[in-house]
Write a new protein. Sequence first.
Length: 369
Amino acid sequence: MIARRDATQRRPFEMQRRGSLSIREERRSYPLNAWFMACWADELADDRMLARTLLDRPLVLFRDADGAPAALDDMCPHRFAPLSRGRLSNGVVQCGYHGLRFDASGACLGNASAYSSFPPGTRVGSHKVVERHRVVWIWLGEEDLADPGLIPPLTRMPEPGGHENIGHYLHVHANWLLEIDNIMDLTHVHYLHLGSLGNESMRSGAMQVSETDGAVRAELVMPGTICPFGPLEGQLCDQWNNVEWHAPAAMILDFGAVPPGSPAIQDEGGYAFHIFTPETERTTHYFFGSSGSYSQEEAWMPQMIGELQNRVFLEEDNPMMEAIEERMAGRDFWELKPAILSSDAAAIRVRRKIAKLCRQEAKAREQAT
């Protein structure tokens, strides 16, 4: 059950209301009742704070005294200074302006000044976070609905200790749904990535789209094609490239190539992770990496994969996504009446599922006011 909130108890950063929904809510393309990736777990280390805007909300991320991740609104309730410009000591955030101190729950513990006291009950907004699969996940919606069982199942994320290819990040000036479209669209590889991840022979293949327990999966099988990279590079092979979306924005790719006619055995290192979190409606946090943990003798493998991913995403995907965002100029995807191809089936299905989540939230908020 969604609790009613008095109209005077406005959350920080909430937009001015028009009718019963805020202006921001009317235009928002993302759900709040979902687990989004806030950061890689190793971005939070020692007494270091991370300032990051997620879903149009400025936050400060850190670890509490027990080492558990925490997230607070990045605005002191006194004079609205960013808490991230202060200091962190033993899991307590101290505002850099007047010294007010806040624990991981957001409660004010006092200030260092002998000249003034603070009102009882002073606190800053705190948010539910969970560390899992080497990722810190955050829930910015109704806290009572924050079920950790809904966290995307990144079970193939490599365990720490070996040589691996995770922890990559890009900041993209494009809407997060464009980024999801790009990953769910398996057919752009042999055009946009011609010569890096794809080639002309890969333009022949069969794609299927399915859905299981809410996860949308696209499978592209390309028999008798030329392998673009890896051990069979330049050779005739049977290859595949599949992707599975988990709400709201985690995608797992499984890919591989074998000699023609051989069984399609998936290598443990043949999984890639692409996770997106809206910063704003027009900017996105892009986290990526791949599976597999390698020995010292194989350390070249994750390094090679990481360098390839960074080069391709930075030099090919990123410029295209930002160019599309610029051309759309903030206009709604559907209002522009896109020409939908059959190969867009997976991306369109995901867009519609996300839109449904947003509509359900909007309806619930309407009923609660």
